[in-house]
Design a protein around this ligand. Structure first.
Ligand code: ADP
Length: 500
């Protein structure tokens, strides 16, 4: 039944997937009200890993009721900030103790490289819970020097209180399942909110494992509820629920638009981290020994299933042949295979649907006249492996340049002069990330302010840090994950005015 392929899984992972997984509601592991389960699959083989309880409207109702109670009358809101901090530090410690298990589970469920999952996904998730654990005792309002011109002679004291938004529905994607879970839970818990989290249907396992650690860490019941299920059922029910105060979403721009519209009916606070078509821009003076491998990892990391992937690569005419040749060498040299073997640097895409989508885009690029410089095909006849693919001589009108592919496919465009760069970089509906590759600081100073995106990297790409806010401009969304700014979207500001 299970997809053990040729890799021996650890005992903890084997135990975890040995029987159907339940959902976490009000501190209890329960089946869905309907009794239905859905299967999660190993992307390297297509085999079923394990069945998972399938949440729907009724389960969401129960989870929201539990979160509401924990927020309105439960111990969470009456705990002191330092008590909340201690819970969060305990969770981070437990995640660290279970880091290898979480990494293996992530590699199994998502397909990604297990060593990279350990070093990046899981480590940053742990660091972020710890970073956020430090905040509860440091969230402060301010005192306000009031004038009140129409009350002469009266004395006033004005100040602001920062208060948690309330019950938060969090809907996350499948590309970094545990990391997205931490990105969402961290600021929600630090600010004192309670949560109903819906992991992606493709990858529910690490969120459920973290759920077990949350119980072990001693969070009061109902503070975190985890309801796996599909987007159009569980996700839509969460978005529409009248007792949910905020929706935090990471996923496609298409679904983000549906959620913003649905959330408008009850005027929920929303934050959206959406798609991208991020430019990586090699300037004529760039150090190519850094820029070529950098541009390759900008797109091929996590099989290109990264919202800020450097999917549009701009290269000056003068360097075009050299850069494309170097990139092709990197792409052709990458070992393709299961993520459970850490030597495999190109792993399967997450699902059949994603595989078909990406292959469709490659065909579209071919049909529109792009050069297939490297890759372009499937690898093997089992699992969802797509070769790292370089589409050369692309232009702004091609579908592959305009739309987010979310796969290991880079579109290389030529340019003539550095003065064209801001216009080329901004020629997209998205604005999530961008990178500039140069040795000349004056290029950086001139170009960075002209790029309309939430992150700009110089001589690197996809660098994310717990202290650095991350989020989009334009149709890449609004509200920030990470950094102190992530807290802001989970806090209300109350103005208090006292007349003496
Ligand atoms: P991707 O395109 O990366 O698969 P999606 O944006 O489709 O990402 O999905 C991201 C998350 O949004 C998943 O948890 C999915 O279940 C959820 N989702 C999809 N459709 C809806 C919807 N209509 N309402 C709420 N959540 C949804």
């Amino acid at each position: 039944m299970t997809s053990m392929n040729q890799y021996k899984l650890s005992e903890k992972v084997r135990n975890f997937i040995s029987s159907p997984r339940k959902m976490l509601i009000n501190g209890q592991w329960v089946n869905s009200v309907s009794g239905k389960n859905f299967n999660t699959h190993d992307p390297a083989t297509g085999d079923v890993i394990v069945a998972v309880a399938e949440g729907d409207k009724e389960d969401i109702n129960r989870a929201v009721a539990a979160a509401r109670k924990a927020f309105d009358d439960g111990p969470w809101s009456s705990m002191t900030p330092t008590e909340r901090e201690r819970c969060m530090y305990r969770l981070a410690d437990l995640m660290e103790q279970n880091a290898d298990t979480l990494s293996e589970l992530e590699a199994l469920d998502n397909g990604k490289n297990v060593a990279i999952a350990r070093a990046v996904d899981i480590q940053v998730a742990i660091d972020y819970i710890r970073y956020m654990a430090g905040w509860p005792s440091k969230i402060m309002g301010s005192t306000l020097p009031l004038s009140v011109p129409y009350a002469p002679g009266a004395k006033f004291l004005g100040y602001t209180l920062k208060e948690p938004v309330g019950v938060v529905g969090q809907i996350i994607p499948w590309n970094f399942p545990a990391l997205m879970c931490a990105w969402k839970l961290g600021p929600a818990l630090a600010s004192g909110c309670t949560v109903v989290l819906k992991p992606a249907e493709e990858t529910p396992l690490t969120a459920l494992y973290i759920g077990e650690l949350i119980c072990e860490a001693g969070f009061p019941e109902g503070v975190v509820n985890i309801v796996p299920g599909y987007g159009h059922t569980a996700g839509a029910a969460l978005t529409a629920h009248k007792d949910v105060d905020k929706i935090a979403f990471t996923g496609s721009t298409e679904v983000g638009k549906i959620i913003v519209k649905a959330a408008a009916d009850t005027m929920k606070n929303v934050s959206m981290e959406l798609g991208g078509k991020s430019p990586a821009i090699i300037l004529p003076d760039a150090d190519l020994s850094v820029a070529i491998p950098g541009a390759a990892s900008a797109i091929f990391f996590n099989q290109g299933q990264v919202c800020c992937a450097g999917s549009r690569l701009f290269v000056p005419d003068s360097l075009y042949d050299q850069v494309v040749k170097g990139l092709a060498e990197v792409a052709n040299g990458m070992k393709i295979g299961s993520g459970l073997n850490p030597e495999n640097m190109v792993n399967p895409l997450v699902s059949q649907i994603q595989f078909d989508r990406v292959m469709g885009y490659i065909e579209s690029g071919r049909a529109e006249g792009a050069d297939i410089v490297a890759g372009g095909g499937r690898r093997g006849d089992k699992g969802y492996f797509v070769e790292p693919t370089i589409l050369g001589n692309t232009n702004r009108d091609m579908k592959v340049v305009r739309e987010e592919i979310f796969g290991p496919v880079v579109c290389v465009q030529r340019y003539k002069d550095v003065s064209e760069i801001p216009k080329l970089a901004n020629d997209t509906i998205y604005g999530l990330g961008a990178s500039i590759w140069t040795r000349d600081i004056s290029n950086v100073v001139k170009i960075v302010p002209k790029i309309r995106s939430g992150s700009v990297w110089v001589n690197c790409h996809n660098v994310l840090d717990v202290a650095m806010p991350f989020g989009g401009y334009k149709q890449s969304g609004f509200g920030k994950d990470m950094g102190k700014e992530a807290l802001d979207s989970y806090l209300e500001t109350k103005s208090v005015c006292i007349m003496s």
